[in-house]
Design a protein. Structure first.
Length: 301
């Protein structure tokens, strides 16, 4: 997997250099495209309902749109005891047609391209007594890639239906950028394949959530940007069905967009209501996508 090392280092210098804030408004805990609380590609050190509910439910939907079609990603997340999170996402991608040779005859096959993602995250007690301390979480993602395609493939079936495990540590801390409150997230992890030889690649991602012009928009408008050498899944959309054909296998992924916090409306203040408008993978022409989505959350206890 190729990595744009220069861009990673530049983003790291930019984000780490932001001074720590003395105070910040309540963190916006949106959902990443794989269902875990986070930015777009990367999870954060936050839990969906930390400090506010012993049992909270979040439901989301995102549409990832590009020239190859539209993927539909419904998500659900449950937060327990203010420090445990369980999440799932169903990545419904367009079916893929490919040709293969059978007894010297070229044939076409339509393969299902849907993935089922699960996540589990535990937040460490680094900021229990002092909310200004970094929020740190340990997590894992389990990805069942193309799990609905049960037919035998003409070649290399292990490259089509396979299981992925990702383990990670995420840290999120508060800062300011030109007097605007911001949160920076750093993620380090490792992806492992259940049925293939594993490499020595390390997962790395950084991003930030900036409250845009709070004097004008209060806390309604957040500018989100993240950069990582992994995406929301190992075979994220757009891909050509087979292992190694999706955006995570190219130069790295930069996403940026606006996240609207509609829970600032007084009538919605007890809930979570987030709207996302995102440009995905801006550096790679073949993989650029546009995503729109929303998340609604309810505190139960």
């Amino acid at each position: 997997m190729k990595k744009t090392v220069f861009c990673v280092l530049l983003l790291a210098v930019f984000l780490v250099s932001m001074p720590k804030a003395e105070a910040q408004t309540q963190s916006l805990k949106g959902i990443s495209l794989n269902g875990s609380t986070g930015l777009y590609s990367i999870p954060s050190g936050r839990i969906g309902w930390e400090r506010s509910s012993d049992l909270g439910l979040d439901f989301g939907y995102h549409a990832i749109i590009n020239g190859d079609g539209t993927a539909h990603v419904p998500t659900a997340t449950i937060s327990l005891f203010k420090w445990v999170e369980i999440s799932t996402a169903f990545d419904i991608q367009p079916d893929d047609d490919y040709r293969y040779w059978d007894e010297n005859v070229s044939k076409k096959r339509t393969a299902k391209n849907d993935d089922l993602l699960f996540g589990f995250k535990v937040q460490l007690p680094t900021n229990t007594k002092n909310p200004s301390n970094p929020a740190v979480a340990l997590g894992t993602n389990i990805q069942l890639i193309n799990f609905t395609d049960n037919d035998n493939h003409a070649y290399a079936p292990e490259n089509f239906v396979y299981t992925v495990f990702q383990f990670y540590a995420a840290a999120t801390y508060a800062g300011t950028f030109f007097t605007m409150p911001a949160e920076t997230t750093v993620v380090v992890g490792k992806t492992l394949y259940a049925d293939a030889e594993n490499n020595s690649d390390i997962d790395f991602g950084m991003g930030f959530d900036l409250i845009l012009l709070p004097d004008v928009f209060q806390s309604f408008v957040h500018w989100i940007i993240d950069f990582a050498n992994f995406d929301y899944s190992d075979n994220s959309w757009p891909n050509k069905l087979a292992r190694g054909s999706g955006p995570p296998w190219y130069r790295g992924i930069l996403n940026t967009g606006i996240r609207l916090d509609l829970a600032n409306i007084p009538a919605l203040s007890k809930f979570k209501f987030v709207v996302d408008v995102v440009f995905n993978d801006l550096f790679d022409d073949d993989n650029r996508s546009f995503t729109v989505g929303a998340v609604f959350g309810i505190p139960i206890l």
